[in-house]
Design a protein. Structure first.
Length: 154
């Protein structure tokens, strides 16, 4: 907490804001300083790792879980503005990158379902495609050939 900074103004000012109360008697501080949380709205970040996820249902579950954790851990009864960063290697990378606007609205819908006091400031997408194995490697070619031979047997 930063004494004198009563309200976070943007995402760079996450966490509780307020002041420190000190009691003074006869020019001397008596008792320990006491933090006072005075902010009306809080700011937070939620990082969502989607590594290995393969479906929209899995993505929505992960988002719901992370946003709930963030809200429960940071809001302290106040409205919470959250920047969501989605990252990791996933088979859904191309789909997510192609529908950023729809994804943003889905994240907002999940947030509203958690609490009317949970607001999404921004959704950032930093995913990557899943690495494809190098099939020019003889070992990989042999394994791939073996799998294909087994799958063609009835």
């Amino acid at each position: 907490m930063f004494p004198g900074n009563l309200q976070g103004r943007n995402i760079r000012e996450v966490g509780p804001k307020g002041a420190v109360l000190v009691t003074v008697e006869d020019g001397q501080i008596v008792g320990p300083p006491r933090p006072l949380e005075l902010d009306a709205v809080r700011w937070a970040r939620a990082k969502v790792d989607v590594t290995g996820l393969e479906s929209e249902g899995q993505l929505h579950s992960r988002l719901r879980e992370r946003l709930t954790q963030t809200y429960d851990g940071a809001a302290a009864g106040r409205p919470l503005m959250v920047r969501v960063t989605i990252s990791g290697q996933t088979l859904m990378h191309g789909d997510l990158a192609g529908r950023r606007e729809a994804l943003r609205e889905e994240v907002r819908g999940i947030a509203v379902a958690i609490s009317e006091r949970l607001w999404i400031e921004k959704v950032q997408l930093h995913t990557a495609p899943v690495a494809v194995p190098n099939i020019s490697d003889p070992t990989m070619r042999d394994e791939l050939g073996s799998l294909m031979a087994r799958s063609s047997v009835t």
